[in-house]
Design a protein around this ligand. Structure first.
Ligand code: PA5
Length: 429
């Protein structure tokens, strides 16, 4: 099957029996999550979202995307954390499959406070036709708010107030926050983030879907993949639920003092998918001075930097490897008469063949060095499998956080730096 995703625990050093000891706990959490689906205060709206998503809003997203594709060279996506990482993860992951002719370049701002970064983008877009999608659930986050002020000004200077109005699209919570107020006053087109879906679980809402659609991604297929996953992982029987097995496996490893999880892959374009995963798991689980620290690696690149530590450093690491089984293209290594580089022994083989051997060799070395490996086998990267994978990780995160005994849907710690920053900036003087 071309679209399959399968969990492989063969290298995890965990027995099936151990996994199954969590059966009853998992059943209870599953029931509890389902009971909370319709209660807004629990932020569990994402659970049934692939089936119940707002179809009218979805059509509006496609219409906006078509307009932007017609009149813009670039879409500037303004947002931070859960308000941009999901879109970027999907867009970058699919960059080799997206039809370039049907695609507009996406540029991300409002995710840092670097003047150099912002100035570089101002320069880059100066001779381009631009649209903006500003995304903020709370409508009051400092980084995107500053970027929006700067780029709104730039747009109004470039296109005039009326012209800019037709090119600015606001994604925020209905009737709440400063961004909503600005959008109403300036009559910008608005898309809404459901109140019961938290930022880091919002990739399949308008937050992620508009940038994806503008980038030429088939968002119907993304939602189909997610819907497939919603059905597949709705089984409360741990034996048949890979998503819950992943959650249980990481908790068993955590109990064995494996406090760091490295999400690794051999496909560099999945870098932002790992960034998205890091945010999802870091913000969801790092609470009460506990939780697994989520980290990432792109192999084989990082075998030449982190490899030494993974192999022989502190033994508190486990890895989860995203194994993409089929790639869209390949290269055959050519034969060389002189063979000075001594590579003729692999002449005629493909890069993917060599990569697969490197991966197997690495997994074996790491497991032998007491770094358990969980493998997620993915047939191929396409819209359907990405939609599937996003939902897989969201559902697993909800289960895993609950197994750890924390609330995976809040993020109280993020407020601490903001308060200090506001005080230092004199916001309350
Ligand atoms: O997951 C979260 O809730 C956070 O990472 C937010 O997405 C991030 O802080 C941005 O918040 P907002 O969308 O309100 O600007």
């Amino acid at each position: 099957m071309e679209n399959n995703i399968k969990l492989n625990l063969d290298y995890s050093k965990i027995s099936n029996h151990e996994i199954m000891t969590y059966s009853e706990k998992v059943k209870k959490i599953h029931k509890d999550l389902n009971n909370k689906v319709d209660d807004k205060k629990y932020f569990t709206g994402w659970i049934n979202w692939p089936e119940e998503y707002d179809k009218k809003e979805f059509e509006k997203i496609k219409k906006i995307a078509n307009k932007v594709k017609k009149d813009s060279d670039v879409l500037i996506v303004i947002g931070i954390g859960g308000s941009y990482l999901g879109a970027r993860a999907v867009i970058e992951s699919l960059k080799y499959v997206t039809n370039k002719e049907n695609s507009v370049e996406i540029i991300y701002v409002g995710n840092n406070l670097s003047a150099n970064y912002i100035n570089e983008i101002i320069d880059y877009v100066s001779d381009k036709e631009i649209s903006i999608n500003v995304i903020s659930k709370s409508g009051k986050t400092t980084e995107p708010a500053i970027a929006f002020r700067i780029f709104r000004n730039l747009m109004e200077n470039k296109y005039g107030i009326d012209g800019a109005r037709k090119r600015i699209f606001v994604t925020t919570t209905k009737r709440k926050g400063a961004l909503y107020k600005i959008a109403v006053q300036e009559k910008y087109v608005k898309l809404y983030i459901p109140e019961n879906i938290g930022g880091r679980y919002s990739v399949l809402t308008s937050v992620g879907l508009l940038p994806m659609a503008v980038a030429g991604i088939n968002i119907e297929d993304i939602m189909s993949g997610a819907k497939f996953a919603q059905e597949k992982y709705s089984d409360d029987n741990l034996k048949y639920n890979d998503c819950y097995k992943y959650a249980v496996a990481r908790n068993i490893l955590y109990e064995r003092d494996k406090t760091i999880e490295i999400m690794g892959t051999y496909e560099p374009n999945l870098f932002y998918l790992i960034e998205w995963w890091k945010q999802l798991y870091g913000e969801s689980e790092g609470k009460n001075y506990s939780g697994i620290f989520p980290s990432g690696a792109i192999y084989t690149t990082d075998l030449h930097s982190l490899g030494q530590y993974v192999q022989e450093g502190r033994r508190n690491i486990f890895e989860t490897i995203l194994n993409i089984k089929n790639t869209d293209s390949d290269i055959i290594i050519n034969y060389d008469e002189e063979n000075l580089d001594e590579l003729n022994y692999i002449a005629g083989k493909t890069i993917t063949y060599v990569k697969n051997k490197a991966m197997l060799g690495t997994i074996q070395a790491h497991v032998d060095g007491d770094v358990p490996n969980i493998i997620i086998d993915i047939d191929k990267i396409n819209e359907f499998t990405i939609g599937h994978l996003l939902y897989f990780f969201e559902k697993a995160c909800a289960m895993s956080g609950n197994l750890l005994g924390i609330n995976p849907f809040d993020q109280p710690g993020v407020e601490k730096y903001k308060e200090n920053m506001f005080n230092l900036l004199g916001k309350y003087e």
